[in-house]
Design a binder for this molecule. Structure first.
Ligand code: SF4
Length: 419
């Protein structure tokens, strides 16, 4: 019996939940007073559930049929699941209806590969084209960049989407050989390379240029964590290389989620969610705090410390670097203090031009004083800091309670990467 749109939505929204690469920060598409929606400004989608879903986009697959057999994927051709496929028209109608009802602010559209990569990319791009040109929809659109699609097909997508993500899926080719032998990192990087040149060219032409800007919110990718034995060091190494080479806006780390009828090569259990969060924190340190991979990965097995965040792990392993003097240390040293982020450091640098800072000043800055105090000296706290740094129980003192680790940290991971 043929499914109606509502039944398809149930199947295809559920099938899309394994893809976490759908944040919409950075969109600059504005509505000049005509048509629907507006993706300008603060970013419309920063809300994540623990399983990686981004809740204010309509997040669906065009179809969960697929010619490939990636073992980690619920939609692989050999899996016995209910299949469904939207038409382009149905996705356009759903997006407009949901937008008008205020359910969503944009669309995240991915798909299994049907026919071939080009045809699939064309169908996704056609949804975006129709939303923009026929419906005058100015809301956020994030399309999956189908790896293996031609430059022409990717170019169609870039003309109408805010962001495109071509997923690398696993950190090294050996992992793909094992779990998705039809895929290659080289091919994924080919798509990223094409998208990067389109984005660069469009930036050079400026905002008012015609044709309109190409994927103005940039590109991202996703890596599955814990489906293979690759370490966090390897995962972060691949992420770093992709950021540098293709200027990605984000790499999304998705804890492998056991799927029905999983292949025997896959782990039976999901890795601890906190691992995903630690990777986001480490990613943040690498990009914005000038840490190196060998600094954030402090364990001998090449994985991140799960008990404490990577900046704290580095601080505990490098106690000789501390205490850092709040009143005289350079910015780079202050940024190494656990609990001090870029904004707090900027406030400290400004405040200390007017007076010598004391412990109480940290409270005024709303900094997490308990975490920070063992690692700094203020005008009134030299001896206390020195004593606490030497204390054997310091790790236990700064370690977050395990309940907090699971509930708070895992649920905020992709949105903040906070350190
Ligand atoms: S190509 Fe994508 S949808 Fe198809 S099996 Fe692989 S991961 Fe799943």
């Amino acid at each position: 019996m043929a499914m109606d749109t509502h039944q398809k939505l149930k199947v295809l929204a559920d099938a899309a939940k394994y893809d976490a690469s759908c944040a919409s920060s950075g969109a600059k598409r504005s509505n000049k007073g005509k048509g629907l929606g507006n993706a300008t400004g603060s970013g419309i989608c920063h809300s994540y559930t623990p399983d990686g879903r981004c809740v204010s986009l309509l997040k669906i697959l065009l179809t969960n049929r697929c010619i490939y057999d990636c073992r980690y994927c619920v939609n692989r051709v050999s899996n016995d699941v209910q299949r469904a496929a939207f038409t382009v028209e149905e996705v356009v109608r759903l997006t407009i209806e949901f937008y008008r009802r205020n359910y969503i602010e944009g669309l995240f559209l991915s798909s299994g590969v049907v026919g071939d990569s080009d045809r699939t990319m064309d169908l996704l791009a056609e949804v975006a084209r129709r939303l923009r040109e026929d419906e005058e929809f100015h809301g956020y659109i994030h399309l999956k960049g189908v790896v293996g699609a031609s430059d022409e097909a990717l170019a169609k997508a870039g003309r109408h989407a805010d962001r495109i993500s071509a997923n690398v899926e696993l950190p090294v080719q050996e992992d793909l050989n094992k779990l998705a032998p039809e895929k290659s990192i080289e091919e994924a990087e080919g798509a990223m390379g094409f998208l990067k040149s389109g984005i660069d060219r469009s930036k050079e032409r400026g905002r008012r240029a015609r044709p309109p800007r190409f994927a103005p919110a940039g590109q991202s990718t996703q890596m599955i964590v814990g489906a293979t034995a690759s370490t966090d060091s390897t995962i972060l190494g691949t992420a770093n290389r992709l950021y540098d080479t293709y200027r990605l806006r984000r790499v999304y780390y998705t804890a492998y989620s056991p799927i029905p009828n999983a292949h025997q090569d896959l782990p039976a259990e999901t890795p601890e969610l906190v691992r995903e969060h630690r990777l986001y924190q480490a990613d943040w340190l690498l990009r914005f705090y000038e840490f190196g991979i060998e600094e954030v990965v402090t364990r001998d097995d090449g994985n991140l410390d799960l008990e404490v965040d990577p900046k704290m792990a580095w601080a505990l392993a490098n106690r000789a670097f501390f205490p850092v003097d709040l009143n005289s240390a350079p910015r780079e040293a202050l940024l190494r203090v656990p609990g001090l982020g870029t904004r707090s450091v900027a406030k400290i640098l400004k405040a200390r031009t007017r007076r010598r800072l004391r412990e109480a000043d940290l409270r005024e800055l709303r900094a997490p004083v308990k975490r920070i105090m063992p690692f700094i000296v203020a005008a009134d706290s030299w001896s206390a800091a020195a004593k606490r740094l030497d204390a054997p129980g310091l790790r236990a003192e700064v370690k977050p309670p395990s309940q907090q680790l699971m509930l708070f940290e895992a649920s905020t991971s992709a949105a903040t990467g906070q350190v």
